[in-house]
Design a protein around this ligand. Structure first.
Ligand SMILES: Nc1ncnc2c1ncn2[C@@H]1O[C@H](COP(=O)(O)OP(=O)(O)OP(=O)(O)O)[C@@H](O)[C@H]1O
Length: 235
């Protein structure tokens, strides 16, 4: 069974859909890159799947269980967690406080924080530092580590590389692969840097003008960039 199943999802703002009929099934442990030009609707799709925007149509299921529209808590409970493009950190809270908040009330909270640090050793050196003082790469690691502490079966990451040097992004990608392989977490990655995205993903979906223009194996697309370019241009 797919971890995430989107069927005919319409998404948008103030009851006006800018994405129509979005279909996507993501298997356990699969990484899907959601690509497309600016304004295509990628962020709108992720926000809608995470329940932060009311869904205007269609169905979303996580592990076979239907998600109600516009209910972010229910989405997290079902196992779907979003790392938003602004990373949503609290500037004055330390790295450790962010991680502890994510596991508050859990008996094995301390072990969970240690496991997050094991995945991102750099965070272990920065536990006492306020999020506002972290580098962009460290902030992204913290946002992902915090999301992983929710034990998602589906992790959505918006604009992984925004504001980061490629070398920093390249240091994060192996961890995402490891998370997908070890925990069988499904990952949907919105990424402007097409090469990086195709490198880490198993499959890519190109959204153009609010609908899926192309979906294929990431390796196949990496070897046929003209086809990808044509999809971007809506050809
Ligand atoms: N808060 C909002 N209210 C109304 N329309 C919005 C809002 N945010 C985005 N839009 C519009 O929705 C459409 C899709 O935007 P979205 O941000 O989802 O695209 P995107 O593919 O993520 O692009 P980018 O790569 O630039 O972030 C665009 O036409 C955009 O102008």
């Amino acid at each position: 069974m797919s971890s995430l199943q989107c069927t005919g999802v319409d998404a948008g703002y103030h009851k006006n859909a800018c994405v129509r009929g979005f279909d996507l099934a993501v298997e356990p442990g699969e990484i899907v890159a959601l690509l497309g030009p600016n304004g295509a609707g990628k962020t709108t799709v992720l926000m809608t799947l995470a329940g932060l925007l009311p869904r205007l149509g269609g169905e979303v299921a996580v592990g076979g269980v239907a998600l109600r529209s516009g209910n972010p808590r229910a989405a997290v409970r079902a196992g779907l967690v979003l790392v938003p493009d602004d990373r949503a950190l609290f500037r004055n809270l330390t790295c450790e406080q962010h991680l502890r908040l994510a596991v508050r009330g859990r008996a094995a909270g301390r072990a969970a924080v240690e496991s997050a640090v094991a995945r991102f050793p750099r965070l272990g050196e920065r536990l006492g530092v306020a999020a506002g003082e972290l580098s962009g790469g460290e902030q992204q690691m913290l946002a992902i580590a915090r999301a992983l502490l929710q034990r998602p079966s589906v992790l959505l990451i918006d604009e992984l590389s925004m504001g980061l040097a490629p070398v920093v992004v390249e240091s994060i990608l192996p961890t995402l692969r490891e998370v997908a392989a070890t925990d069988q977490t499904s990952i949907v990655l919105v990424e402007q840097h097409v090469r990086l995205a195709l490198d880490v993903a198993d499959r890519a979906v190109v959204l153009t003008h609010g609908s899926v223009a192309l979906t294929d194996d990431a390796a196949a697309l990496a070897g046929d960039l003209p086809r990808l370019e044509a999809a971007y241009l809506g050809a």
